[in-house]
Design a protein around this ligand. Structure first.
Ligand code: C2E
Ligand code: CA
Ligand code: CA
Length: 773
C-alpha cells in the first residue's frame, strides 16, 4: 500500500518500511493529495549537476500529465523551468532551510501552469538510507500547490493561525515543527521554561538545551514521531540559568500542507512533582523522627535477604573459586551469618510519661544516632516503631561475634543521655535471630526477634537473648495457650472464685468478696491467674476477661441475695469486688459495660467495687478519673489495689475518686519477718513503720483500708492495731469456689482464723510467675 503510492525507481515493494525520516517522507506522500516529488543531487560538489526527480506520487503524475514512472530521473529543470526573474531552481534547493517560491511548471503537453513550490531538505541519513535513496546524494521533498488551491491554502493558513493563537496564550509549553526536528514555533510558556526568547529556540537550537546524555533519546523520539507515531518521553532540559528541569514531552505527528512531516508537542515541567513524589517515596520508607528506615523498609530488606541463597553470604567468591578449582579462601569463616537484633529500650514509657513526649523523642533520636555508629556500612539500622530498633548485621562469623555486637549495642545505649538538663541512663534488651538457613517470612523474623526481646526482658532486662529452639518452643506453647484462652473465654469456660474480705475479730465476719478468675485448662489443669492474665494482656483479651468476671460476679451476688430474701441464706456479701485492668478502664465503652452487667443482674452500681491498680490510674489519669468519677457518683465503689507498689503521690491521691485502699501484701508479709518486740520499738520493726505510714495516709484521706495477704495472727494483729477496717488473706480464707462460699454464707458468714505455716526465709510469693512449660 505504501509502495503503491509511489511510482518510481527503487520503490520495488520488497523493501521493509524504511526507518526514520525516509519513512516520514513516505507517510507524508501517502497522506498528501497534492503533488509531491522527491529530488536529489550528488553530494560531491565536483559532480554537481542538475537535480533529478527520484520519486513522485500520483498527484504529481496527474499534474504533469505523465505516468509517475516517467517522471523519475527527469531533470528538475524540465519540470520547474528557471524563473525569469528569480534564481534557477537548483539554487533554491537549500540545505539549510525550507524555500518557497512561485513558479510556472511545464506539463507534458508543454503547458505552463502557475504554482506555489516548497522545497525542504531531507536531513541526511548517515546510518541507513531509505529504499532507493543513496548516501551519495542530498534529498529534497518538493511539493507543488496547483493553481486553484488558493482557497484551500488560505483555509490551511487560517487554521494554522488559530492554532498558533491558542498555543501562544496557553500556559502549557507547546512546540511546533513543520518539518523534521526543527522547531518552527514555540509559545511563551516554552520560552519561559527555558528562560530564553522564543526566536532563539527555533530551528534545531532547542536540542542544545536537552542535557547531553538525554539528547540521543530525544532525537530518536523525534524520528519516531516523524514516522507517524505518538511519543511520550521523560527527559531533562537545561534552562538559561543552568538549572536542570525534568520534563514530560508529548509529541504527536503533524502534516503541514506545503511543508511536510512535523510534530506538535507539549512540554510539561514535572520537576516539582517528581521532587514531591521522591519525598513521598522517602517518607514511605523512613521513620520521620530519626530518619532511619522504617518497618516497611526493614521488611523489604529482610525479604531480600531471606530470598538470597544462604551460601552467597559466606564467601562472595565461592562460585568463582569452585569454577576455577581454586581452594576456599584461607582464613575465611566456615559459615558467616546475618543477625537480626531487635533492640527495645527498657522503661522507655517512664521517660515518655514522666518527662513528656518531646523528651522521649530526643532520647529516640540519640539512640538512633548511637546505634547507627555501632554497625558497619552494609548493615542496617531501622526503627519499625515505638521504642524498638532493629539492626541487620552481616558477616557475623560465630556466636562470639553475635555476642560482641550485642554487647556493643548494650554499651552504646547505656552511656548517659542528657535530656532537659537531666542525665538519664537507659537500658536496652536485645533479641537476636540468625537469618541463615531460616525458611520463614520477614514478618516472622521480626516476630521471633520480638519473642527473644521478651525473653531478655523476662530475664531482668539489660541483656541479650538469642532465639534458640527452646525459646521458640516456649513461644509456640504460649501462642497455643492464647488460642485456648480465647476459646475458653468465648465458651464462658473461665470460672470465678471468691475470696472473702472480712471484718477481723474472733470470729471474723464476711463483709464482701473479691472475684478472682480461674482457668482450668483441659490438658494442663489449673493455670496460674497471673500467667494467663499476662497472656491475655498481650493478646488484648483482658477487656473480655474482665467483662466476663464482672457479669458472672453480678449474677452470683444477685442469686445469693435472692436466696437471702427467701430465707435460705442467713448472710450475704455487702458487695462484690472485681479487678479492672488498665486496658479495660481506658476502653470507650467501659462505663456502659459496667452499667449493663449490673442492670442485667438486677443490681445497683453500689453492689460492685472496682479494684484499680495505681499503675492503671497513673497511665491515663485524666481519662480514668472521668470514668471512675461518673460511676462512683452513681454509687459504685472504687478501690486502689496493690497500694504502695505503684507511683502514688499524695498530690494525686487526694483528688482521686476512691473509697478503699488495699494495702499490698508485700507490706503485710514483712510484718512478721521482723523481730516481734524489741525494747523501745513497736512490734513488727521497720516494716510496721512503713505499714503504719500507709494506713495513716489512707486515714488522713478518709479512706477505708483493706489489708491484703494476711496469713498470720501477727500480721492480722498489727494491721488491726493500725486501724485497718478489713482484712483479706489466707488467715481467714483462701479464694473459694461458688459452692464453698455458699457454705460460708449458710454458716452466717463467720470465719475462723487458721494461720498459714510461716513462709520460708525471704518470704517467697506462693504463685509462681511465667509461662508454664
Ligand atoms: P490481686 O487483685 O491482688 O488479688 C489478690 C491475689 O492475692 C489473689 O491471687 C489471691 O489469691 C492472692 N491472695 C489472697 N490472700 C492471700 C494470702 O494471704 N497470701 C497470698 N500469698 N496470696 C493471697 P490470684 O487469684 O492468683 O490473682 C492474682 C492477680 O490476678 C490478682 O491480684 C489480680 O491482679 C489478677 N486478677 C485476678 N482475677 C482477675 C480478673 O478477673 N481481672 C483482672 N484484670 N485481674 C485479675
Ligand atoms: Ca484485686
Ligand atoms: Ca491486690
Amino acid at each position: 500500500m505504501l509502495n503503491e503510492a509511489w511510482r518510481g525507481a527503487g520503490s520495488g515493494g520488497s523493501d521493509a518500511s524504511p526507518p526514520g525520516i525516509a519513512a516520514a517522507l513516505q507517510h507524508y506522500a501517502v497522506a498528501a493529495d497534492q503533488p509531491v516529488v522527491v529530488v536529489s543531487r550528488p553530494r560531491d560538489p565536483a559532480a554537481l549537476e542538475v537535480a533529478r526527480v527520484r520519486w513522485a506520487n500520483s498527484a504529481a503524475a496527474d499534474l504533469f500529465g505523465v505516468a509517475a514512472a516517467d517522471l523519475v530521473d527527469l531533470a528538475v529543470t524540465r519540470l520547474l523551468p528557471p524563473d525569469p526573474e528569480g534564481a534557477p531552481p537548483r539554487e533554491r534547493l537549500s540545505r539549510e532551510r525550507r524555500s518557497r517560491y512561485s513558479v510556472e511548471v511545464v506539463t507534458s503537453g508543454g503547458v505552463r501552469r502557475g504554482t506555489e513550490v516548497v522545497a525542504w531538505p531531507v536531513p541526511d541519513q548517515p546510518a541507513r538510507p531509505g529504499p532507493g535513496t543513496s548516501r551519495e546524494e542530498h534529498y529534497w521533498v518538493v511539493t507543488v500547490a496547483a493553481p486553484g488551491d488558493e482557497r484551500a491554502q488560505a483555509a490551511v493558513r487560517a487554521a494554522e493561525q488559530r492554532f498558533a493563537t491558542l498555543a501562544q496564550s496557553s500556559p502549557v509549553a507547546t512546540i511546533v515543527s513543520d518539518v523534521g526536528a526543527r522547531l518552527s514555533r514555540v509559545n511563551e510558556a516554552f520560552a519561559a521554561l527555558l528562560g530564553l526568547p522564543a526566536e532563539q529556540l527555533c530551528g534545531t537550537a532547542w536540542l542544545a538545551h536537552v542535557v547531553d546524555d538525554e539528547r540521543a533519546g530525544v532525537v530518536e523520539a523525534v524520528a519516531r514521531v516523524l514516522s507517524g507515531e505518538r511519543v511520550v518521553l521523560d527527559t531533562r532540559l537545561r534552562n538559561a540559568a543552568g538549572q536542570v528541569r525534568w520534563v514530560t514531552v508529548r509529541l504527536a505527528p503533524s502534516q503541514t500542507p506545503g511543508y511536510g512531516a512535523g510534530f506538535v508537542g507539549t512540554v510539561e515541567d514535572v520537576t516539582d512533582r517528581l521532587a514531591r513524589e521522591h519525598r513521598l517515596a522517602y517518607q514511605a520508607q523512613h521513620d520521620l523522627l530519626t530518619g532511619l528506615p522504617n518497618r516497611l523498609a526493614l521488611l523489604e530488606r529482610l525479604a531480600d535477604l531471606l530470598a538470597a541463597p544462604a551460601e552467597a553470604a559466606a564467601d562472595p567468591l565461592a562460585d568463582l573459586r569452585a569454577s576455577t578449582g581454586a581452594p576456599p579462601a584461607a582464613g575465611a569463616p566456615a559459615r558467616s551469618r546475618t543477625g537480626v537484633l531487635m533492640v527495645d529500650l527498657d522503661d522507655f514509657k517512664t521517660v515518655n510519661d514522666g518527662l513528656g513526649p518531646e523528651a522521649g523523642d530526643a532520647v529516640l533520636v540519640e539512640v538512633a544516632r548511637r546505634l547507627s555508629r555501632t554497625v558497619r556500612g552494609a548493615d542496617m539500622v531501622a526503627r519499625p516503631g515505638g521504642d524498638e530498633f532493629v539492626l541487620v548485621c552481616h558477616d557475623l562469623a560465630d556466636l562470639e561475634a553475635v555476642e560482641a555486637t550485642a554487647r556493643r549495642v548494650l554499651d552504646a545505649v547505656l552511656a548517659p543521655v542528657e535530656v532537659n538538663g537531666l542525665r538519664l541512663r537507659l537500658v536496652a534488651s536485645i533479641g537476636v535471630v540468625l537469618l541463615d538457613g531460616l525458611a520463614c517470612s520477614a514478618e516472622e523474623v521480626v516476630r521471633d526477634a520480638g519473642i527473644a526481646v521478651h525473653e531478655a526482658k523476662a530475664a531482668g532486662g539489660g541483656r541479650w537473648a538469642l532465639l534458640d529452639e527452646e525459646v521458640r518452643q516456649r513461644a509456640r506453647r504460649a501462642l497455643r495457650l492464647v488460642a485456648d484462652l480465647r476459646e475458653a473465654l468465648a465458651r464462658g469456660a473461665i470460672d470465678v472464685h471468691y475470696q472473702p474480705i472480712v471484718r477481723p475479730g474472733r470470729p471474723a465476719r464476711l463483709v464482701s468478696v473479691e472475684a478472682l478468675c480461674r482457668w482450668n485448662h483441659p490438658e494442663l489443669g489449673p493455670v496460674d491467674p497471673q500467667t494467663f492474665i499476662d497472656l491475655a494482656e498481650r493478646a488484648n483479651l483482658v477487656p473480655a476477661l474482665d467483662a466476663h468476671v464482672l457479669s458472672v460476679a453480678c449474677r452470683d451476688l444477685a442469686a445469693w441475695r435472692a436466696a437471702h430474701a427467701a430465707g435460705e441464706l442467713p448472710h450475704v456479701p455487702g458487695w462484690v469486688a472485681v479487678n479492672v485492668s488498665a486496658v479495660s478502664l481506658s476502653a470507650d465503652d467501659f462505663a456502659a459495660g459496667v452499667r449493663r452487667a449490673v442492670a442485667a443482674a438486677g443490681l445497683q452500681l453500689s453492689d460492685v467495687c472496682l479494684e484499680v491498680t495505681e499503675t492503671a490510674l497513673a497511665s491515663d489519669l485524666r481519662a480514668c478519673r472521668t470514668v471512675l468519677e461518673e460511676l462512683r457518683r452513681d454509687g459504685a465503689r472504687v478501690a486502689i489495689d496493690d497500694f504502695g507498689t505503684g507511683y502514688s503521690s499524695l498530690a494525686y491521691l487526694k483528688d482521686l475518686p476512691v473509697d478503699h485502699l488495699k494495702v499490698d501484701r508485700s507490706f503485710v508479709r514483712d510484718l512478721d519477718a521482723a523481730p516481734a518486740t524489741t525494747r523501745g520499738a513497736a512490734p513488727g520493726g521497720p516494716a510496721r513503720a512503713v505499714a503504719a505510714a500507709v494506713v495513716s495516709l489512707a486515714r488522713t484521706l478518709g479512706l477505708d483500708v483493706v489489708a491484703e495477704g494476711v496469713e498470720t495472727f501477727a500480721q492480722d494483729e498489727v494491721m488491726t492495731d493500725l486501724g485497718c477496717e478489713a482484712v483479706q488473706g489466707w488467715l481467714y480464707s483462701r479464694p473459694l469456689t461458688r459452692g464453698a462460699l455458699v457454705e460460708v454464707l449458710r454458716g452466717g458468714g463467720t470465719l475462723a482464723a487458721r494461720p498459714v505455716a510461716p513462709a520460708p526465709a525471704g518470704g517467697q510469693l506462693p504463685s509462681p510467675r511465667g509461662v508454664p512449660a
